[in-house]
Design a protein. Sequence first.
Lengths: 323, 263
Amino acid sequence: MPRTALATAIALAFSLAAGSAAAATAYVSNEKDDSISVIDLDKMETVETLQVGMRPRGLTLSHDNKLLYICASDSDTVQVMDLATRQIIKQLPSGADPEQFALHPNNKWLYISNEDDALVTVVDVDKEEVLAQIDVGVEPEGMAVSPDGKWAVNTSETTNMLHWIDTSTNELVDNTLVDQRPRHVEFTKDSKLLWASAEIGGTVSVVDVDKREILKTLTFKIKGVHPDKVQPVGIKLSSDGKYAFVALGPANHIAVIDAKTYEVLDYLLVGRRVWHMAFNPDESLLLTTNGVSGDVSVIDVAKLKVTKSIKVGRYPWGVVVTP
Amino acid sequence: MTIYWECLRGIVLREWLRFVQQRSRFFSALVRPLLWLVVFAAGFRAALGIAIIEPYDTYITYETYIVPGLACMILLFNGMQGSLSMVYDREMGSMRVLLTSPLPRSFLLTSKLLATALISLLQVYAFLAIAWFYGVQPPPLGLIVALPALLLVALMLSALGLLLSNGIRQLENFAGVMNFVIFPMFFLSSALYPLWKMREASEWLYWICAINPFTHAVELVRNALYLRLAPTALVVCLGLTLLFSLLAVISFNPQHAALRRAA
């Protein structure tokens, strides 16, 4: 049956073509819509919207990119979505009002900040049980686990501190005072430095992990924008160690920083009130969530230019990208 | 055919020589949009970005927004200034010399329009080059794609200028042209502000802006600069160019000015 063979060949060719062009996919949490927008990064548009728990904020991926963890803040739970089926497969006991979290390199321990209770909750994602709860400062927010797995760091917005948790004992061992309202922390790939943003202070501190002391404090100034509007929140470090990107909130700009000299190279205009960011797998693109304008801006990392803004739901907050 | 070519070459050359010799005209044509770009746009302070509108893919600064409008402003002023030079030519007699040519008058006038348009394009590209260094950088290919759009707009505005010049009696009346043609056309268009913003202020102002040919000129150029086609704007500009040219040629009478003065 030559015709069937031909049809099969054509179908195969199509599926191969589709396979090779399999685009990276971005997942964006919409705080006000209780949903996740799915963006096809080939088409550069939102292709699907998934309903999830109430007030989804922080998002993170399992290290094999198969599961998406969602902080459903007002549902007081962390939801786990199977990305193959895009179904919520379980809800983890996260403690009240989970906002941000970080997954340990062992792919098992999830460190969750509970904004209302001044706690960090450690959850085993396989056993679905709470391993520990650690008292930290008031209004815990930012959360990061060092790539070498030794440290979990939490920021408390009101106490203005970085809280250092030893992951082998899950105990608080040290605090570092930073500028007002620390929102987000990010480790360098070698786990030697930690970048921390201070929203009200308007600064980003680079902290030496061994000494747990501030090495350098960066400030920002955008021509034509009032300094009060410059409120650093999200931070992303390129894995080649070249750039650091800092989202400046209601200043509607992303600061591009030379990660070696700590010099601000440029400010890129994005949508309104930009908070968090994510790279695509090859780090050629950086996506930003613009809360007030309800869209995601796409930055061409090589050219350091904003190429597109994609409409998503209301108040996009977190973003992750899978290959 | 060669006669036509020779004639066209002559007219373009004459415009070129005048352009080169009147360097002040070149600079004043450049200074005007640059003042708008550097001073007006800075005063506007839209550093926080303008909401996304066609053809832009993302948020832009106000400077980026007004560059296409300012490019068209150069064409608008030049088109009208061309009309001034027509009046001048007619009164001083060089237009009469031109019209002694045995070639059809429609051809002579069209050549004149084309010559003015080509010279205007040089000024537009000089402006776009400066804007580029100032930080307004459309896709490089857009600068080439915009060429036919700019040429069409230049022709449309020159034809309009010529049409108006047929009705102008004296040199001084250029001030009137400024007040009653250039300023309303420029301000009641999408050159300085997106039309949705105009609509928020007043519905009828919005409609005046929406039917203003200059709005279509600006949008045609804006879209072309960002590699998009604005079909409505293209149709409007093409149609009006033909209409204005036709009316200008029909209404053109070399003796107009002289006769009127005698009367």
